[in-house]
Write a protein that binds this ligand. Structure first.
Ligand SMILES: [Zn+2]
Length: 239
Protein backbone atom coordinates (compact mmCIF):
# COMPACT_ATOMS: atom_id res chain seq x y z
CA UNK A 1 0.00 0.00 0.00
CA UNK A 2 1.36 3.37 -0.99
CA UNK A 3 1.23 5.85 1.83
CA UNK A 4 1.63 9.56 2.15
CA UNK A 5 3.47 10.66 5.26
CA UNK A 6 2.64 13.86 7.03
CA UNK A 7 4.92 14.81 9.86
CA UNK A 8 2.93 17.24 11.88
CA UNK A 9 5.74 18.73 13.87
CA UNK A 10 7.38 19.85 10.65
CA UNK A 11 4.17 20.73 8.90
CA UNK A 12 3.01 23.10 11.62
CA UNK A 13 6.19 25.15 11.67
CA UNK A 14 5.86 25.72 7.96
CA UNK A 15 2.11 26.05 7.95
CA UNK A 16 2.08 29.23 5.94
CA UNK A 17 -0.30 28.34 3.17
CA UNK A 18 -2.16 31.34 1.79
CA UNK A 19 -5.70 30.06 1.52
CA UNK A 20 -7.02 33.04 -0.44
CA UNK A 21 -4.88 31.95 -3.39
CA UNK A 22 -6.52 28.54 -3.50
CA UNK A 23 -9.88 27.59 -4.99
CA UNK A 24 -12.55 25.73 -3.01
CA UNK A 25 -11.65 22.60 -5.02
CA UNK A 26 -7.93 22.98 -4.18
CA UNK A 27 -8.66 23.25 -0.47
CA UNK A 28 -10.83 20.13 -0.62
CA UNK A 29 -8.56 18.04 -2.81
CA UNK A 30 -5.44 18.92 -0.82
CA UNK A 31 -7.35 18.52 2.46
CA UNK A 32 -5.99 21.69 3.96
CA UNK A 33 -7.08 22.70 7.44
CA UNK A 34 -6.82 26.20 8.83
CA UNK A 35 -6.64 25.66 12.59
CA UNK A 36 -6.14 23.09 15.30
CA UNK A 37 -9.47 23.83 16.88
CA UNK A 38 -12.53 22.67 15.02
CA UNK A 39 -13.96 25.89 13.56
CA UNK A 40 -17.21 26.33 15.47
CA UNK A 41 -19.72 29.16 15.47
CA UNK A 42 -20.35 31.12 18.67
CA UNK A 43 -23.94 29.92 18.68
CA UNK A 44 -22.95 26.27 18.06
CA UNK A 45 -24.87 25.00 21.06
CA UNK A 46 -27.79 27.40 21.27
CA UNK A 47 -30.12 24.86 19.71
CA UNK A 48 -30.97 21.64 21.51
CA UNK A 49 -30.16 18.32 19.81
CA UNK A 50 -33.85 17.80 19.06
CA UNK A 51 -34.06 21.23 17.40
CA UNK A 52 -30.93 20.49 15.36
CA UNK A 53 -32.38 17.19 14.17
CA UNK A 54 -35.61 18.91 13.06
CA UNK A 55 -33.70 21.60 11.18
CA UNK A 56 -31.22 19.26 9.47
CA UNK A 57 -34.08 16.91 8.56
CA UNK A 58 -35.88 19.67 6.67
CA UNK A 59 -32.70 20.81 4.90
CA UNK A 60 -31.72 17.30 3.97
CA UNK A 61 -35.19 16.68 2.55
CA UNK A 62 -34.60 19.72 0.34
CA UNK A 63 -31.21 18.39 -0.82
CA UNK A 64 -32.77 15.06 -1.77
CA UNK A 65 -35.68 16.73 -3.55
CA UNK A 66 -33.31 19.05 -5.40
CA UNK A 67 -31.45 15.96 -6.59
CA UNK A 68 -34.78 14.87 -8.04
CA UNK A 69 -35.58 12.09 -5.60
CA UNK A 70 -39.21 11.24 -4.89
CA UNK A 71 -39.58 11.27 -1.13
CA UNK A 72 -43.05 9.80 -1.24
CA UNK A 73 -41.30 6.48 -1.91
CA UNK A 74 -41.38 4.35 1.25
CA UNK A 75 -37.68 3.63 1.09
CA UNK A 76 -36.68 7.30 0.92
CA UNK A 77 -39.36 8.79 3.11
CA UNK A 78 -37.56 8.34 6.42
CA UNK A 79 -34.08 9.17 5.12
CA UNK A 80 -33.99 12.89 6.02
CA UNK A 81 -34.88 12.06 9.63
CA UNK A 82 -32.43 9.14 9.78
CA UNK A 83 -29.58 11.26 8.40
CA UNK A 84 -30.34 14.15 10.76
CA UNK A 85 -30.45 11.88 13.81
CA UNK A 86 -27.25 10.11 12.74
CA UNK A 87 -25.44 13.44 12.25
CA UNK A 88 -26.40 14.86 15.63
CA UNK A 89 -26.41 11.78 17.85
CA UNK A 90 -23.73 9.66 16.24
CA UNK A 91 -21.22 10.68 13.61
CA UNK A 92 -20.93 14.35 14.66
CA UNK A 93 -21.66 13.90 18.36
CA UNK A 94 -18.03 14.78 19.15
CA UNK A 95 -18.71 18.43 18.30
CA UNK A 96 -20.45 18.88 21.62
CA UNK A 97 -18.24 19.30 24.69
CA UNK A 98 -21.11 17.69 26.64
CA UNK A 99 -20.16 14.39 24.99
CA UNK A 100 -16.51 14.57 25.93
CA UNK A 101 -15.54 11.37 27.79
CA UNK A 102 -15.02 11.76 31.51
CA UNK A 103 -11.55 10.50 32.23
CA UNK A 104 -10.45 9.07 35.56
CA UNK A 105 -6.76 8.61 36.17
CA UNK A 106 -5.15 6.06 38.45
CA UNK A 107 -2.03 6.28 40.53
CA UNK A 108 0.85 4.55 38.82
CA UNK A 109 1.22 2.04 41.69
CA UNK A 110 3.78 -0.17 40.01
CA UNK A 111 6.01 2.78 39.21
CA UNK A 112 5.75 1.63 35.61
CA UNK A 113 7.74 4.32 33.85
CA UNK A 114 8.11 2.66 30.48
CA UNK A 115 6.21 3.40 27.35
CA UNK A 116 2.56 2.43 27.34
CA UNK A 117 1.03 1.81 23.93
CA UNK A 118 -2.52 1.26 22.80
CA UNK A 119 -2.44 0.34 19.15
CA UNK A 120 -4.92 -0.43 16.38
CA UNK A 121 -7.75 1.70 17.74
CA UNK A 122 -10.25 1.62 14.89
CA UNK A 123 -12.09 4.86 14.23
CA UNK A 124 -14.60 6.23 11.76
CA UNK A 125 -14.55 9.91 11.03
CA UNK A 126 -15.74 12.17 8.21
CA UNK A 127 -13.77 14.46 5.96
CA UNK A 128 -14.81 18.05 6.58
CA UNK A 129 -14.25 18.96 2.93
CA UNK A 130 -16.52 16.34 1.41
CA UNK A 131 -18.53 14.83 4.29
CA UNK A 132 -17.59 11.28 3.36
CA UNK A 133 -15.90 8.76 5.67
CA UNK A 134 -12.32 8.56 6.84
CA UNK A 135 -11.63 5.09 8.20
CA UNK A 136 -8.48 4.41 10.12
CA UNK A 137 -6.42 3.09 12.96
CA UNK A 138 -4.90 5.21 15.69
CA UNK A 139 -1.86 4.18 17.71
CA UNK A 140 -1.23 6.08 20.93
CA UNK A 141 1.62 5.98 23.38
CA UNK A 142 2.69 7.82 26.50
CA UNK A 143 5.20 7.58 29.27
CA UNK A 144 3.53 7.97 32.64
CA UNK A 145 4.42 10.96 34.77
CA UNK A 146 2.83 9.30 37.82
CA UNK A 147 -0.71 8.75 36.58
CA UNK A 148 -2.11 6.12 34.26
CA UNK A 149 -5.30 6.12 32.25
CA UNK A 150 -7.76 3.23 31.72
CA UNK A 151 -7.09 1.68 28.32
CA UNK A 152 -10.70 1.89 27.17
CA UNK A 153 -10.50 5.64 27.79
CA UNK A 154 -7.89 5.98 25.07
CA UNK A 155 -10.41 4.50 22.64
CA UNK A 156 -13.02 6.94 23.86
CA UNK A 157 -10.76 9.94 23.37
CA UNK A 158 -9.98 8.87 19.78
CA UNK A 159 -13.64 8.35 19.02
CA UNK A 160 -14.76 11.63 20.59
CA UNK A 161 -12.49 13.64 18.28
CA UNK A 162 -13.21 11.35 15.31
CA UNK A 163 -16.92 12.08 15.58
CA UNK A 164 -16.56 15.48 14.03
CA UNK A 165 -16.08 16.73 10.50
CA UNK A 166 -12.29 16.35 10.40
CA UNK A 167 -9.02 16.57 8.57
CA UNK A 168 -6.52 13.92 9.59
CA UNK A 169 -3.83 16.32 10.81
CA UNK A 170 -6.25 18.07 13.14
CA UNK A 171 -7.60 14.79 14.45
CA UNK A 172 -4.03 13.69 15.25
CA UNK A 173 -3.23 16.96 17.03
CA UNK A 174 -6.49 17.11 18.97
CA UNK A 175 -5.99 13.59 20.33
CA UNK A 176 -2.34 14.31 21.20
CA UNK A 177 -3.05 17.62 22.95
CA UNK A 178 -5.90 16.08 24.94
CA UNK A 179 -3.67 13.21 26.08
CA UNK A 180 -0.91 15.61 27.10
CA UNK A 181 -3.37 17.68 29.10
CA UNK A 182 -5.08 14.76 30.84
CA UNK A 183 -1.87 12.91 31.63
CA UNK A 184 0.11 15.98 32.59
CA UNK A 185 3.05 15.02 30.41
CA UNK A 186 4.59 16.04 27.10
CA UNK A 187 5.71 12.45 26.50
CA UNK A 188 3.00 11.51 24.04
CA UNK A 189 3.00 9.98 20.56
CA UNK A 190 0.09 9.60 18.18
CA UNK A 191 0.20 7.87 14.81
CA UNK A 192 -2.81 7.68 12.55
CA UNK A 193 -3.09 5.58 9.42
CA UNK A 194 -6.28 6.24 7.52
CA UNK A 195 -8.10 5.84 4.27
CA UNK A 196 -10.11 8.77 2.96
CA UNK A 197 -13.12 7.69 0.94
CA UNK A 198 -13.19 11.08 -0.75
CA UNK A 199 -9.84 10.16 -2.29
CA UNK A 200 -10.73 6.58 -3.20
CA UNK A 201 -14.32 7.04 -4.36
CA UNK A 202 -14.18 10.41 -6.11
CA UNK A 203 -11.69 13.01 -7.35
CA UNK A 204 -8.46 11.23 -8.23
CA UNK A 205 -10.04 7.81 -7.38
CA UNK A 206 -6.88 6.48 -5.81
CA UNK A 207 -7.98 3.27 -4.24
CA UNK A 208 -4.78 2.08 -2.67
CA UNK A 209 -3.33 5.11 -0.92
CA UNK A 210 -3.42 5.70 2.80
CA UNK A 211 -2.42 8.76 4.75
CA UNK A 212 -0.16 8.54 7.77
CA UNK A 213 0.06 11.42 10.21
CA UNK A 214 2.09 11.52 13.36
CA UNK A 215 2.70 13.62 16.43
CA UNK A 216 5.71 13.25 18.71
CA UNK A 217 6.58 15.34 21.72
CA UNK A 218 8.72 15.15 24.86
CA UNK A 219 10.77 11.95 25.06
CA UNK A 220 9.23 10.74 21.80
CA UNK A 221 11.27 13.37 19.97
CA UNK A 222 14.31 11.25 20.83
CA UNK A 223 15.09 8.90 17.96
CA UNK A 224 15.49 5.87 20.26
CA UNK A 225 12.08 6.29 21.91
CA UNK A 226 10.36 7.02 18.61
CA UNK A 227 11.89 3.92 17.07
CA UNK A 228 10.76 1.77 19.97
CA UNK A 229 7.20 3.09 19.55
CA UNK A 230 7.22 2.45 15.80
CA UNK A 231 8.62 -1.03 16.34
CA UNK A 232 5.74 -1.94 18.68
CA UNK A 233 3.17 -0.42 16.36
CA UNK A 234 4.40 -2.44 13.38
CA UNK A 235 4.65 -5.64 15.44
CA UNK A 236 2.31 -8.21 13.93
CA UNK A 237 0.57 -10.22 16.58
CA UNK A 238 -1.44 -13.37 16.07
CA UNK A 239 -3.98 -13.73 18.88
ZN1 LIG B 1 -12.25 14.94 1.56
Amino acid sequence: MESKEILLNTLLKNNKIILSELTTEDIGDEHISTSLDTPLRRDAFDLSDAEKIRKIESHFREIMETLGLDLSDDSLNGTPHRVAKMYVEEIFSGLSPANKPKIALFENKYQYNQMLIEKDITFYSNCEHHFVPIIGKAHLAYISSGKVIGLSKLNRIVNYFAKRPQVQERLTMQIAKELQEILGTKDVAVLIDAKHLCVSSRGIKDNSSATVSSFYDGKFLEEKTKEEFLKYVSLKTDY
